[in-house]
Design a protein around this ligand. Structure first.
Ligand code: C2O
Length: 496
């Protein structure tokens, strides 16, 4: 089927102005624009045997120069197809995702498809689901997009370095019947840590970041360029806008305020939720999480500024209301999006499990096991460069010598209590599954929302439930990628 490719091109032509995400290269055989952007001599692509059909979208990780800040020189980035964010891949529910991932980076990589329920072999986790893609080689990806929603892709190899260097992109699976809106926007939030000459600060992999809040950038970006009050999107009075929000930052969480707008939340992590206003007017978006909003632009002209309260009230972008009204009166609460078909966990028959997070710089004394040996967490930091434990063990990224945290039978109903005994918050994704969030900090959630990534407050907890239905070994880790590299990374096995 060529539908997915066609959808791509449509999305390309629908892009708007400088705030739009880049589109994919068009037309087989035509020189792709990004090839001329990649500046670093790329290793020749080895002639590995690749089984990729003619419909496969090429997705090449390489080194390139892009403008992030208005002032000063361009920045050397790692990016997919020469742009950061990489191309927004757009499909319809049920389409086949076919991508040929090629590596022109100076180190091995893999691409993980965050949130998508796909076969384990397509999950893109080095040494767990596939060998790393070496510089100069490729990997063919093919799976069905069974669930509608807002997703994303990023490397799972050395992600604490590869993601903040610029490797990430959005993947959208459109509903069969999308809610009616006048305009759709895709907003990828991230950050870069730049010096005065706009160079990326080369301080990846410090234990001090692993063990604290992570390596934060100093330039927050929206769709790849510096966010700020000077960024504006023109909208019309009365317009109904759907915004797909992704936090692709490697460590930063956002707390967004919408400056006089009253958005409806319609999905969390791509999964439909009963449309509801942003609780307390502040949207918390942890690293890796997504939220879809429906915003009805008010009648009165003017600029509504979206700000990040977490970053001290920094303005990110404005919606500038201009022109003639689109409709006479606001359309009211949007209809709920049809939910994906997810297996409903039955808490009454579920097996109960627990996961305790400990460690971090300045935290309570903790003991953890490294390679079977119990150590104080200070020694774990000094000797092993790791900072955290999950159920009293810690491990290097994707290390193979460790037992999975849990083993479930296929079809097993599971409740899992995540207990954060650390002074830092942790956004925790489970690969290959969605789970219901039953409670946060022991308070029942009102909507029992589905998610693939749950934010656990410092010293807080989350109760989640799901049916272990996807066979394989799945990552379960912190999406503050420095924390993952610092030991907050394990796996869950579903035996089939
Ligand atoms: Cu987006 Cu394992 O993560």
């Amino acid at each position: 089927m060529t539908v997915s490719r066609r959808r791509f091109l449509q999305s390309a032509s629908a892009t708007l102005g400088s705030l739009a995400l880049p589109s994919v290269p068009t037309g087989a055989g035509a020189p792709a624009a990004w090839e001329t952007i990649c500046t670093t001599p790329a290793p020749a692509l080895a002639s590995t045997r690749i089984v990729a059909s003619a419909n496969a979208i090429p997705l090449t990780a390489g080194v390139c120069q892009r403008r992030i800040r208005d002032e000063g020189p361009e920045t050397t980035l790692w990016a997919f197809n020469g742009t950061s964010p990489g191309p927004a891949l757009r499909y319809r529910q049920g389409d086949t995702v076919e991508v040929l991932v090629s590596n022109r980076l100076p180190q091995p990589t893999t691409v993980h498809w965050h949130g998508l329920r796909l076969p384990n072999a397509m999950d893109g986790v080095p040494n767990v689901t596939q060998p790393p893609i070496l510089p100069g080689s490729s990997f063919a990806v093919r799976y069905a997009a069974i669930d509608a929603g807002t997703y994303w892709y990023h490397p799972h190899q050395s992600s604490f370095e590869q993601v903040p260097r610029g490797l990430y992109g959005m993947l959208v699976v459109e509903e069969a019947k999308p809610p009616r809106v006048d305009r759709e926007l895709e907003w990828v939030l991230a950050d870069f840590k730049l010096d005065k000459a706009n160079r990326q600060v080369e301080d990846f992999g410090r234990v001090r970041d692993f063990g604290s809040e992570g390596r934060l950038g100093n330039v927050v970006t929206l769709n790849g360029t510096a966010a700020g009050a000077n960024r504006a999107i023109d909208v019309r009075p009365g317009e109904r806008v759907r915004v797909r929000l992704l936090n692709a930052a490697s460590a930063r969480a956002f707390v967004l305020e919408f400056g006089g707008l009253a958005p409806w939340i319609v999905t969390y992590d791509g999964q439909a939720v009963q449309p509801h206003p942003v609780p307390d007017g502040r949207l918390h978006l942890g690293a890796g999480q997504r939220t879809d909003l429906v915003i009805d632009v008010p009648d009165a002209a003017g600029r509504r500024v979206v700000t990040d309260r977490r970053g001290g009230g920094e303005a990110l972008v404005a919606l500038a209301c201009v022109g003639r009204p689109v409709r006479a009166k606001p359309p009211g609460r949007p209809a709920a999006i049809a939910p994906n078909r997810l297996a409903e966990p039955d808490v009454a028959k579920a097996t109960d499990h627990y996961l305790v997070f400990e460690g971090g710089i300045g935290g309570e004394p903790a003991i953890g096991r490294v390679d079977g040996k119990a150590l104080r967490v200070e020694d774990i930091m000094k000797k092993h460069g790791l900072a955290w434990t999950m159920n009293y063990t810690t491990q290097q990224e994707h290390a193979m010598m460790h037992e999975p945290l849990f083993r479930f039978r296929r079809g097993e109903h599971v409740t899992l209590k995540l207990m954060n005994n650390t002074d830092y918050e942790h956004p925790i994704p489970l690969h290959g599954h969605f789970f219901r969030v039953l409670a946060l900090n022991d308070v029942k959630t009102r909507l029992r929302e589905w998610r693939d990534t749950v934010m656990i407050d410092a010293r807080g907890s989350a109760d989640i439930a799901f049916v272990a239905e996807n066979v394989g070994e799945w990552m379960f880790h912190c999406h503050i990628l420095d924390h993952a590299a610092g030991g907050m990374m394990g796996t869950v096995v579903v035996e089939g």
